[in-house]
Structures are given as C-alpha cells and as structure tokens.
Design a protein around this ligand. Structure first.
Ligand SMILES: Cc1cc2nc3c(=O)[nH]c(=O)nc-3n(C[C@H](O)[C@H](O)[C@H](O)COP(=O)(O)O)c2cc1C
Length: 319
C-alpha cells in the first residue's frame, strides 16, 4: 500500500506529511471501528514473536523509534499498526520550537532522510497529561528524554532527573537521549566522565520514585563514536547499572550518497545508516559479552533488516 501512495506523499514537504500522517493516526485511534479495521490489517499476534528485554515482556520485537510521535499524540492509532513498543519523544522539560523550517530533507536516491529538527515538542507537562489518560493495551510505551536547548551542559543532569521524576509510573522504560546531533553539545554527554555522572544520578534517583520494580533506563548512543569512545561509553553505561542501550541515533556521516540534499546539516537516517548501526550493535554485544540488551535502530526497513539486527544480538529493534 505504501509503495502505491508514496509518489503522492513525496509531492509535499516531508514535515507536512509527517504532521498529516500523525493527525490521521490520532483521529483513527479515536474511532473504535477504524481501530478494529486497522488491527485486522496490521496486528497478527503470534506467540512465537513474544520476547523479553530489560525485565519487560513485549508482544513482538519490533518498535517505533523516537521522533515520529514526539508528543505522544497518536498512541491509540499507532498501537493498531502492530508494534510491540512505541517510543515517544524526545521530550524536553519545557516546550520548545526546535530549529527553523525546513528541517527535514528527503534523499530519495539513497532511501534516506536528513533531519535537524532540534527536539520540537510541547514539553513534559503536555506529555504527562496525555500519558495519564487511558492507554492502548498490549503495547509497551517508552519515553525518550532529552536536554532542553537552553540548558547548559553542566546542568543537563537536572533536566534528565526532572523528566525521570515527571514520568514516574507512566513509562514502561525511559530512553536517555545523549546522541541527537541537532542539539548543540548534547553528544558531549556521551564522554565517559559526563555520562558516568549523568547515569549515576539517574540510577540513584530511581529508588526514590514510586515505580516498582524501578523503571528500566536505556541510553541511546550515536553511530559516530570511535571504537575507543564507544568502549568508554559502554563502560560508563555498564558501571552505572543501566538496563540497556539503543543503537543508534542518526549519523553525521555522508559517505557514498547520491542525492543533492546530502549537503544539508543534520542527522542522516535510513538505508545508508544500516551497516553503521549494525556494526555498532555488534560492537556493543561484544563489549558487554551480550549481558546488556541492545535495541537496534537505523535503516531497518523490512523483515530481512530486522532479522539481521536480531541475529547480530539485538533484543528488539526499531523502525
Ligand atoms: C525526522 C526524525 C526525527 C527524529 N527525532 C528523534 C528524536 O526526537 N529523538 C531521538 O532519540 N531520535 C530521533 N530520531 C532518530 C530515530 O529515532 C532513529 O534512531 C534514526 O532515525 C535511525 O533509524 P531509521 O534509519 O530507521 O530512521 C529522529 C529521526 C528522524 C528521521
């Protein structure tokens, strides 16, 4: 179906299409018979696909990556599409507008996108309100949290701590985003000393929250870390007692691309990211001796890509 409507969708600018599809899903999710029809089309529960990771059971290992439903507006509609989990966000403490538009660019010849969204979102309070409402059953909901644009790096931990407290009891897991390339300085939080301090503060906060057992914490890493940087980051993650790693966010690399929009500033996603992300998954599995669950993201566009990610040692993966 997507192949048929794709030429139509590609006539409009990418961010408008993003908004329209989200609105369509939000509206569909409000109408019982439409939900029923979507479920009939897309949800085929299969006990063989059930999986467990970081202490949680999932209906299947395929999830929706952060960035599509930044404000948790379309949970009921998205839940009808067959995902085992939905990651909402990145949400920041306060609402922010993100970078000026245009900020999403198609690279059709490369089956890729470049985005420099910069975390546009309605803030933690708005998402908290939405997550307090009745939630769709059978799908795990993770909240991806990030530092605000105006928060200095040295105060970043305060943002993450406040967000962890805000979503106490509302998120099945929390993804700590330290790897988006579009928030100035954010990726520096992946350096060992910064990361250790941040993660230790978050892990120490968990026992003071109401959620029991404590909410699993995952860290989302960039695909652009050198081997030594990745080893350092993984060391900090393991030492802090975090529950899993998401590999990866978008890349700043532009190797071997054909489309003119490759020169746009931002993070590249889609097919050209696939091998880079997969290499990152493999490296993390090796460094942790497969003791820490890894969630694969990056260029996963079909069952074969998902299979490769799972075979590489990923516990679940994202589309
Ligand atoms: C338009 C767009 C917005 C995104 N926003 C976020 C975000 O807010 N937080 C985040 O952690 N990742 C964000 N991502 C990264 C995705 O979650 C994912 O890690 C990355 O795109 C690689 O997967 P893909 O190749 O399947 O797209 C965004 C990606 C795109 C394309």
């Amino acid at each position: 179906m997507y192949q048929r409507i794709r030429p139509l969708l590609f006539r409009a600018d990418p961010e408008s299409i993003h908004g329209w599809t989200l609105t369509a899903l939000r509206c569909s999710g409000r109408v019982g018979p439409v939900r029923w029809m979507l479920r009939r089309m897309f949800c085929w529960p299969d006990p063989r696909l059930r999986t467990r990771a970081f202490g949680l059971g999932f209906e299947n290992p395929i999830g929706l990556a952060a960035g599509y439903d930044k404000d948790a507006r379309a949970l009921w509609g998205l839940a009808c599409l067959g995902f085992g989990h939905l990651e909402v966000g990145t949400v920041t403490r306060f609402p922010q507008a993100g970078n000026p538009k245009p900020r999403i660019f198609r690279l059709p010849d490369d089956e890729a996108l470049v985005n420099r969204m910069g975390f546009p979102n309605q803030g933690a309070e708005a998402m908290h309100r939405r997550l307090m409402r009745r939630r769709p059953p059978g799908v795990r909901i993770g909240v991806n949290i990030g530092k605000g644009k105006d928060t200095p790096l040295e105060d970043a931990a305060d943002d993450y701590l406040e967000l962890l407290r805000t979503f106490d009891g509302l998120a099945d897991y929390i993804a700590v985003n330290v790897s988006s390339p579009n928030t100035l300085g954010l990726r520096r939080l992946q350096a060992r000393d910064h990361l250790e301090r941040l993660l230790q503060a978050l892990v120490a906060e968990r026992p003071h929250l109401s959620q029991s057992p404590p909410v699993p914490l995952l860290v989302k890493v960039a695909p652009d870390l050198t081997e030594a940087e990745l080893e350092d980051a993984v060391g900090a993650i393991v030492d802090a007692g975090v529950d899993g790693i998401i590999a990866t966010n978008t890349t700043l690399a532009r190797d071997g691309l054909l489309s003119p929009s490759q020169t746009e500033t931002g993070g590249l996603s889609g097919r050209p990211l696939r091998e880079r992300s997969l290499a990152c998954v493999r490296a993390i599995v090796r460094l942790t001796e497969a003791r820490l669950p890894v969630v694969a993201a990056g260029g996963i566009a079909g069952p074969e890509d998902a299979r490769r990610a799972l075979d590489a040692g990923a516990a679940t993966c994202r589309r």
